[in-house]
Ligand binder design. Structure first.
Ligand SMILES: Nc1ncnc2c1ncn2[C@@H]1O[C@H](COP(=O)(O)OP(=O)(O)OP(=O)(O)O)[C@@H](O)[C@H]1O
Ligand SMILES: [Mg+2]
Length: 248
């Protein structure tokens, strides 16, 4: 199983959108588990799964829940969800009291080993213990960047966290919710990939097709595969897949 984490210290930058769409691509190549780690449960909602985790997040990350039984199938072939509910709100405190608190998510995934080829982690924003767990569990970390100077700061924060907790894990940034008509954004899109090769020149535009995901409750490539946002996401998937798969 290979694990892709979609992560940023910043909120509202397109993590959940990206996680759902990358997971859809992953599912085209093999059974995929999308783990919703955010108490808001946006991933769970987008894939039409009931926001209910029996026993709660604490028992799950402590290895006291049968994860197999918590996993739900979605309507998308090959794509399963480990849903979030409100219990994730207390996870931070509970992890703080647990042993090996930085490695809990990885432990759960190692123990699971149930034939999923891919796991995609949809992380909440922040630099908390949950974030550390996500970084620790990932084979590759994908960071959506809204093109602006502040995004670069968020990218640097992610790089610092990775250097501290999972040195060597590849990190890639790409542009999310981009509007090239805005001069500062166009400039960031032109300059940042040249300054740091880890920022890919891939631009997912701010688009109503992406907003439609919330109404249709389906991954974007499942209903608008030719939209510019879906085409950019498919390119992102190609990069992420190459980084996540072990060298042959
Ligand atoms: N490319 C896009 N074009 C238009 N709207 C977008 C795009 N990407 C995301 N959105 C919208 O922006 C909002 C935030 O996106 P999303 O939930 O993916 O961000 P997030 O980083 O997961 O947020 P949070 O930090 O709260 O978990 C959502 O309403 C989503 O539909
Ligand atoms: Mg989210």
């Amino acid at each position: 199983m290979r694990t892709i984490a979609v992560f940023s210290t910043k909120g509202g930058v397109g993590k959940t959108t990206t996680a759902v769409n990358l997971a859809w691509h992953a599912a085209q190549t093999g059974p995929t588990l999308l783990w919703d780690l955010d108490p808001q449960g946006a991933t769970t909602y987008l894939l039409r799964v009931r926001p209910r985790l029996k026993g709660g997040a604490d028992r799950l990350v402590r290895g006291r829940t049968d994860v197999q039984r918590a996993i739900r199938q979605t309507d998308e072939p090959g794509l399963d969800v480990l849903p979030a509910d409100d219990s994730y709100r207390d996870l931070e405190l509970e992890l703080d009291q647990a042993k090996k608190s930085g490695h809990r998510i990885r432990r759960v995934l190692c123990d699971l080993d149930d034939g999923h080829a891919w796991t995609v982690l949809d992380a909440p924003p922040g630099a908390s213990l949950v974030a550390r767990n996500v970084i620790d569990a990932a084979d590759v970390i994908v960071v959506p960047l809204v093109p602006a100077a502040l995004s670069l700061r968020a990218f640097d924060q992610v790089l610092d966290l990775v250097a501290e907790h999972a040195p060597g894990t590849p990190v890639v940034g790409f542009f999310s919710m981009a509007d090239r008509r805005r001069r500062a954004q166009a400039q960031a899109i032109a300059e940042l990939p040249a300054a740091d090769a880890r920022i890919l020149p891939i631009v997912v535009p701010s688009a109503s097709a992406v907003e439609q995901m919330g109404l249709r409750r389906r991954p974007l490539p499942a209903f608008a595969p030719r939209s510019p946002a879906a085409v950019a996401t498919a390119r992102l998937w190609d990069h992420v897949r190459a980084l996540a798969e072990p060298a042959r």
